[in-house]
Design a protein around this ligand. Structure first.
Ligand SMILES: [Fe+2]
Length: 413
């Protein structure tokens, strides 16, 4: 531990070229994104609701100051912008963090009368806004309204010395929203009202940058019987299409169950798996989420990496806890036969608890963290894709078993 923390400092003192790379997170290229998240070519000219990709995931938490630090120290995210009392925003603090192409905005109330207090009181730490970048906010909102969507914020401009951002917001499941952002005429660090703000802090583990390159998918949990309604919402309102992977009765296990379908935007940059609980012998993990989040919301965020082994090692070193995977998972001859050859020996995966799934297009490696906050709600997935465009359907049962052991320990099974 000591050596690991001293070594990068020595490098910095020597001014080696490696330290130069620590200045800014590197944005993945379009080619990188094809491999990392399955980006595809797409002609938007006939799409009434074209989406470029993720703009930001906006979190409301109980202590933004500390959550921001946690994401910097444990996940190697970099602070880019800030809004708070010192910048004239007396209601809350907001920290903008980035790792590769993934941008998180972490918000916590300062004013004891802030409306954020009620949101946090109800939901705990969670995602309030899955913001999407679009080329034409007005066109998207006009289409969405015609399709019956609830427009929470009408299209409007925000301007400062860096230019103008046009945005609007649509209601999604529960208290979640989609802000639609056109930042093509804006050069500032995030949005008007924010100032560029780096942090002097550098997690030594992540001195050469975080291994997290992009957001791969964001999963929503909705109430029993409402999954198809939300799949239809994304199809009708936002022009998303179903991806092949879905989980139905065939995955409903004797332990607990969920139903899941996946929708994606035209270029597959934005993928939304949607879960609902299904009848199981015991209480499902989705039911637990819905109870503790007090309704539908974002269940997990999958972060794409091209080095999941290094990523898991680095995050563990900084105290991130992952779900355990039973040894039986790696010993199962049926599973071994199905996954075939992957880029590292299975023993390397077993040591870290990394799961493997394979389909006709290739394979993927994935692992899930424990819930980030105190409530058993939102968590992260790390995913390394090798051709597979799936979501780890083959691992659902193995994952259920691991999650349920933890539910049992919390007395919620
Ligand atoms: Fe996932």
């Amino acid at each position: 531990m000591t050596i690991e923390h001293v070594h990068p400092t020595d490098q910095a003192a020597a001014g080696t070229p490696e330290t130069a790379r620590t200045a800014e997170p590197t944005l993945p290229t379009e080619g990188d994104l094809r491999t990392l998240v399955g980006l595809v070519d797409y002609d938007t000219s006939r799409d009434p609701f074209p989406v470029i990709g993720w703009d930001a995931l906006v979190w409301v938490v109980g202590n933004a100051t500390q959550t921001a630090h946690f994401l910097e120290s444990a996940y190697g995210m970099r602070r880019e912008a800030y809004s708070g009392p010192e910048t004239g925003n007396r209601d809350h603090k907001a920290f903008v963090l980035r790792s590769g192409d993934a941008r998180f905005v972490i918000i916590g109330a300062v004013d004891p009368d802030s409306p954020l207090i009620a949101h946090h009181d109800r939901h705990g730490d969670g995602i309030v806004d899955v913001a999407l970048e679009v080329p034409d906010v007005d066109r998207c909102v006009a289409w969405a309204r015609a399709q019956g969507a609830t427009v929470l914020v009408e299209p409007h401009d925000d301007t400062d010395e860096f230019g103008t951002v046009r945005s609007a917001a649509l209601a999604a499941y529960g208290d979640t929203r989609h802000t639609l952002v056109d930042r093509s005429r804006y050069e500032g660090p995030y949005l008007p009202g924010f100032v560029a703000r780096q942090s002097a802090f550098r997690a030594s583990t992540h001195a050469e940058g975080s291994p997290i390159r992009a957001i791969d998918h964001v999963v929503g949990n909705v109430e029993l019987g409402r999954m198809d309604e939300w799949v239809e919402f994304y199809r009708r309102v936002m022009g998303f299409t179903n991806m092949a992977e879905f989980v139905g009765d065939d995955i409903a296990t004797e332990y607990s169950a969920l139903m899941s379908k996946v929708v994606a935007n035209g270029n597959h940059r934005v993928k939304f798996p949607l879960n609902e609980p299904a009848a199981g012998k015991k209480r499902s993990q989705i039911d637990e989420y819905l109870e503790f989040y007090r309704g539908p919301g974002v269940q997990h965020i999958a972060l794409a990496t091209d080095d999941i082994l290094g990523c898991v090692d680095a995050l563990r070193r900084e105290g991130v806890e992952f779900l355990d995977t039973p040894d039986a998972y790696y010993d199962d001859p049926e599973l071994r036969a199905r996954i075939g050859q992957v880029r590292v020996p299975v023993e390397q995966l077993r040591r870290r608890g990394i799961l493997v799934d394979r389909d006709e297009d290739g394979y993927l490696l994935q692992i899930f963290t424990r819930p980030l906050g105190d409530r058993p709600t939102v968590f992260f997935e790390l995913i390394e894709r090798h051709g597979s465009l799936g979501f780890g359907k083959g691992n659902f049962k193995a994952l259920f078993q691991a999650i349920e052991r933890e539910q049992q320990a919390r007395g919620n099974l």
